[in-house]
Design a protein around this ligand. Structure first.
Ligand SMILES: [Zn+2]
Length: 205
């Protein structure tokens, strides 16, 4: 089961990725984590990445591709994996295509209006540090622990607009996988379990 999960910010992609990996016992491959691992373990790829990070520069595609390829070669990825946050552009998609053929690419879709609505309703609890939502609060407090809640800087409307622009799922990538006949799309629902059921139905096909 070689999967790629796509979705805009606010789609709950991270949560769904964790659920899929748990159920199907496959590693969750996110570029952020691979970069951190290589940097912490001072691998040669990690050292190269560190130079760009130190210089405040974006890591080039070529290095990102190499670092993902290196991870996908590891033993635990042989029976399958779930990619999250990579490929981010068509060049990366082409590079990935050369080293592995994916079985399914699933987009968790959510309209821009819905994303803004969701993210602007999001709150963080000061006590349990878990995200919550204005609709779930009990008397304006965290529904889990009764703690006070606040709006994360990332979820302020002006920041949401910037994050939306920089994190868009590119049509080029979608079309690339559509052409291969492995592209699927579900609509993000409000319930984690419900969204997972939709995803799982595709995985079982
Ligand atoms: Zn709480």
């Amino acid at each position: 089961m070689k999967l790629l999960l796509l979705g805009p910010i606010g789609s709950g992609k991270g949560t769904q990725a964790k659920l899929i990996c748990k159920k199907y016992n496959i590693p969750h491959i996110s570029t952020g984590e691979i970069f951190r691992w290589n940097i912490e373990n001072k691998t040669s790829l990690g050292k190269q990445a560190q130079k760009f990070v130190n210089a405040g520069k974006l890591v080039p595609d070529s290095l990102t591709n190499e670092i993902v390829a290196d991870r996908l070669k590891k033993e635990d990825c042989q029976k399958g994996f779930l990619l999250d946050g990579y490929p981010r552009n068509i060049e990366q998609a082409h590079a990935l295509d050369k080293i592995v053929s994916l079985d399914k690419v699933i987009l968790i879709d959510l309209s821009e209006d819905e994303i803004i609505k969701r993210l602007s309703n999001r709150r963080m609890c000061k006590i349990c540090r878990q995200p919550t939502n204005t609709e779930w609060l009990v008397d304006g407090k965290c529904e889990k622990c009764g703690g006070e809640v606040y709006v994360r800087d990332d979820d302020k409307p002006e920041i949401i607009k910037v994050r939306l622009e920089t994190n868009k799922v590119s049509n080029e990538i979608i079309n690339f996988y559509k052409d291969k006949g492995i592209f699927y799309k579900i609509n993000a629902t409000n319930e984690v379990e419900q969204t997972f059921e939709l995803l799982d139905a595709i995985l079982k096909q």
